[in-house]
Design a protein around this ligand. Structure first.
Ligand code: SAH
Length: 244
């Protein structure tokens, strides 16, 4: 029997936000690979081997997944949210680039609800007009590039979503990004700190730029920075669809 590989997104947390297509792939799988807390979200069953690994081992995990599929395994690589957003799909293709023999394998990427969209939906519609997305982690790019991209986005007055805003190993990046924002935006600019969305620890906090501090974020937080038109309506926040 020929093997396959599905690279899937488990959504932001709650099982109700896993797509039926992803559940189907998991039901048919022989092997599931992923970062430890994501694999823990997969229900064990006889005939399914769970391979949990550390988050610094993404290329090794991708190599193992492709290797298992090449040997006839029905393999699922799990990410949180969407697998194409700062997650495993790009890692798999990076490995595939150096292995032409694996390029003909049956590989599919199955989308999931990314943290940004789950957070925006809870908050109202802060991404109702143009927006851009940035990964604040400087593991794979220099902090100067992060700042330059934020500076460029701010000049176009787009809303912004920041993934991986803060970790113990790099506590200062977010403060440096806030300095870029403070230099260019009005102090009333709205910021959302959306923590652990769609889990029991879920917490949503809207503050103005003048009130925002980096310790409002951790690695389970998604930050949304509104545009100049983003505003409150009752308990919601939205960005109008047009600029007048
Ligand atoms: N592929 C994932 C993102 C992985 S990067 C996705 O599409 O959502 C990890 C970052 O995603 C975290 O640091 C945080 O910024 C964000 N994130 C993931 N799950 C989240 C959740 N439930 N609530 C808030 N932010 C989340």
């Amino acid at each position: 029997m020929s093997g396959w590989l599905c690279i899937v997104g488990l959504g932001p947390g709650d099982p109700s936000q896993v797509t039926p297509e992803v559940n189907q792939a998991l039901a048919n799988a022989t092997d599931v690979l992923g970062y430890i807390p994501y694999v823990a979200r997969v229900t064990p069953r006889p005939g399914l081997v769970l391979h949990a690994s550390d988050n610094r081992e993404e290329l090794d995990r991708a190599r193992m997944a492709l290797g298992l599929a090449a040997q006839g395994g029905r393999v699922v690589v799990v990410s949180s949210g969407d697998p194409g957003v700062f997650a495993m799909a790009a890692a798999v293709f990076e490995v595939m680039e150096g292995r032409p023999d694996w390029q003909a394998l049956d590989v599919r990427v199955l989308p999931g609800i990314t943290a940004m969209l789950a957070a925006a939906a809870l908050a109202g519609a802060p991404l109702g007009h143009d927006f851009c997305v940035s990964n604040m982690s400087d593991n794979l790019k220099p902090v100067e590039l992060i700042k330059n991209r934020v500076r460029a986005a701010v000049t176009t007055d787009m809303a912004m979503a920041f993934y991986n805003p803060r970790s113990a190993s790099r506590p200062h990046t977010l403060e440096r990004v806030f300095q870029v924002l403070r230099a260019a935006c009005e102090p009333e600019r709205l910021l959302l700190f959306a923590r652990a969305v769609s889990t029991p620890q879920e917490q949503l906090t809207w503050v103005s730029l003048s009130e925002a501090t980096p310790d409002m974020a951790d690695m389970r937080t998604l930050v949304i920075v509104g545009s100049s038109t983003t505003r409150r309506v009752g308990r919601f926040v939205y960005t109008p669809r047009s600029v007048s």
